[in-house]
Design a protein around this ligand. Structure first.
Ligand code: ZN
Length: 260
């Protein structure tokens, strides 16, 4: 007996299948489900928009054994602003690779939430793409239980030093005074007090305030360099979508030294 279920989901991968079908990787609150959408590639297909990459909707699925089939779908957000912006699309693809690398069978509703917030800002073009990327990386690690210890300088206990050194191996920071007395590891990243405050904000904020901050001048690239280094250090391996994003934006190798 097939069973029916309705889930909120985001299409994070679409693959052509058979004559005119698609296989969708749907990120739901219960994890990733692979769903077969029959005839989705036929001209004029009813759910063409909802079976394309980065569509977010409510999907009615039929489960038969281990397989899921799409019965019907209702749109929640198609993120139209993404579709004409190659940089935004490249970042969304990078987020998708990160999620596919780290998602488990366990329910992780925060991952779907994070992805949808990030796509919203990429689509609306109301935050710098570099900021959306950095917030996504750091909050993803936080949701996975890999957040850094940002309480205070690990050596002297100062809460908000004017400048700090973010340490990768220790997943913490020391103030510039304490850092002066020890050799920094190659992949460690310096930052200002405003970068430290941004890092704390992204780790602890509620979702509705997650993207509600601004970083001026060199603080944003510092923040972005830190989150990328920290993510690569924590997750290891290489991400080909990140390489593509760097080639597209001319941003070079990952923070040069020490990247995995
Ligand atoms: Zn210190």
């Amino acid at each position: 007996m097939p069973t029916h279920l309705t889930v909120r989901g985001l299409v994070i991968r679409e693959t052509a299948y058979g004559e005119a079908d698609k296989l969708l990787d749907l990120l739901t609150e219960h994890g990733i489900r692979t769903v077969r959408a029959r005839s989705a590639r036929k001209p004029g297909a009813k759910y063409a928009a909802l079976t394309q990459l980065f569509a977010y909707g409510e999907y009615c699925l039929r489960q038969s054994g281990e397989r899921y089939y799409l019965d019907s779908a209702v749109s929640l957000n198609l993120y139209y602003g993404l579709r004409s912006d190659l940089e935004a699309l490249a970042l969304a693809s990078y987020f998708s690779e990160l999620i596919r690398r780290t998602a488990t069978d366990q329910p992780q509703p925060q991952l779907l939430r994070l992805f949808c917030y990030a796509l919203h800002h990429l689509s609306e073009h109301d935050r710098p793409p570099m900021m959306v990327k950095a917030v996504f990386e750091l909050r993803l690690l936080t949701e996975l239980g890999l957040m850094p210890d940002m309480l205070c300088c690990k050596s002297c206990g100062e809460y908000l030093p004017a400048s700090v050194l973010f340490r990768m191996e220790q997943a913490d920071f020391v103030c510039a005074d304490c850092a002066g007395s020890e050799a920094a590891a190659a992949q460690d990243v310096p930052g200002s007090a405003s970068v430290l405050q941004a890092v704390r904000h992204v780790i602890f904020s509620e979702y509705d305030r997650l993207f509600q901050f601004r970083l001026k001048n060199e603080a944003l690239p510092q923040f972005a360099e830190y989150t990328e280094h920290f993510l690569l250090h924590q997750l290891g391996g290489a991400f080909h979508t990140l390489k593509f994003y760097r080639e597209l934006t001319g941003s070079g190798e990952p923070g040069s030294a020490g990247a995995v």
